[in-house]
Design a protein around this ligand. Structure first.
Ligand SMILES: NC(=O)c1ccc[n+]([C@@H]2O[C@H](COP(=O)([O-])OP(=O)(O)OC[C@H]3O[C@@H](n4cnc5c(N)ncnc54)[C@H](O)[C@@H]3O)[C@@H](O)[C@H]2O)c1
Length: 124
């Protein structure tokens, strides 16, 4: 079976938790990491995902890495835009994980494209 390709946007304080969890799931591969501050993405790559590609532009990452699942771990105000961009590029098997705390009206806006594709998107 082909590995599930995951990508992470935001390599700050909580990113290590995500990448540690991803690393424990058989068949799941972190293929790309993005942070606006490249040193943060580099540090996460070195520690958790040595084969992952590094990006500072998350849209470029989504277009090039074509992940099956996207973890969004950026500040709240960016969640909606990033979720919509991820969902707009998704295939039917794409998953989306949003860190908790995004505003309810943004959350429902981000869920609309997912529902249109018959997908499940969830904010925890
Ligand atoms: N830190 C925690 O213990 C914790 C716990 C639960 C939930 N969360 C949630 O996780 C999310 C991230 O929190 P954090 O503590 O890791 O924040 P953080 O500020 O440490 O990390 C956020 C990262 O996002 C990057 N970023 C900002 N704009 C970007 C952009 N346009 N493109 C790419 N990267 C960008 C920043 O450079 C930074 O490295 C938040 O929604 C937060 O509420 C954090």
């Amino acid at each position: 079976m082909k590995p599930m390709k995951t990508a992470l946007i935001g390599c700050g304080a909580i990113a290590g938790n995500h990448l540690t969890a991803i690393g424990k799931i058989p068949g799941v591969e972190p293929v790309a990491l993005c942070d606006a501050i490249p040193e943060r993405a580099e540090a996460a790559k070195k520690k958790y995902a040595p084969t992952a590609a590094i990006y500072t532009d998350y849209k470029k990452m989504l277009d090039e890495a074509r992940p099956d699942a996207v973890h969004i771990a950026t500040p709240h105000y960016l969640h909606c835009e990033m979720a919509c961009e991820a969902l707009a590029r998704l295939s039917r098997k794409t998953g989306l994980y949003l860190r908790r705390g995004n505003r309810p009206h943004d959350r429902s806006r981000a869920e609309q494209p997912g529902e249109a594709h018959g997908l499940f998107s969830k904010s925890i």
